[in-house]
Design a protein around this ligand. Sequence first.
Ligand code: GLY
Length: 369
Amino acid sequence: MQKIEVKIPSCPKNSYTIAVGDEFLPAVLGQIKKLLPGKELFLITDANIAKTKHLKKLTGLCNLYRYVITPAGEKSKNINTVTKIVEQMEKKALGRDCAVIALGGGTVGDIAGFVAAIYKRGVPVVQIPTTTVAQADSAIGGKTGVDSSISKNAFGVFKNPTAVYIDVSTLKTLDDKQFNAGLVESIKHALIADKDYFDYLQKNLSGILARKSQPLEYIAVKNCRIKASVVENDPYEKNKRRILNYGHTIGHTVESASNYKLLHGQAVAIGIIAANIIEQKLGLGGEERLASLKKLFGRLDISLKVPKSITKRQILDIISRDKKAVQKWPRFVLLEKTGKVLCKNGQFALQVERKIVEETIDILLNRNL
Ligand code: GLY
């Protein structure tokens, strides 16, 4: 098992360890009990995970208090689910001496982290991500929250986990569509921080898609190291952490315009292509990279076609509400080259002329990418 420390220099007590390995779920509950002695544990998972062996492997003979989010998926990521969970915890008379365990994908982790942040003004949360998107991204760094009927993660708070346990064997039960879409966050990490990692992903994609333990552990560790190095320096996204949103400005927009019919990773793939088109329009180059990305997304069977129901007006409306918008116009993270984000005057999220963004949206809506 490998361990990655996430140090938060501005608040050392919020530092935590990510453990990465294969087939170690049965040992995790014991480790959590050692880490959080005397805490009553409340497990949050979802209907998909409840059907797998992962839940049984984690809990063993222990009958933990639990809440199963139904249906699984982004449609349940709303404030009603949070209310139901909080009330369930109250019914069990859980006090501030409890801790939440999140076992599942991004939706479970985001909801559970948010519940932990607000329950009785805050209790610890342990993240056990079981999907490619959660292991690469959402379980690390402390972003938690739920969607409003208007936009993604409209309710949210930073809540660092007490620990993260990444068992790559949990990825073996994921359906192909979810598995592949989640790999887009790994591609994003490579694009923003590490060209060699981008080359590795292209060369080793077959082993990853065959879900071989060795490449899965390799990418889990790489993702954690890249993400940790960013969030350590800017835990509350004042500036540099914005690089982790590469491809997410347009990505979140089409995801929410599709009413979450697009998986997060698929939407981010479209957003990454959009960012690459903007980079070319701004004369930053990257023609070869755009071709490699289209090929890579093709190998992942990810369609880059924006659903027909989505209009330009809808995209422009949602984009104006982006969390990083200034005067209702979003900022974009762009690449200087593969593995390096463009930074201007110390800023990593940059203003892009409306005309260029509109032309890029037109290209996406032509749907012949
Ligand atoms: N998913 C982007 C971040 O954690 O900042």
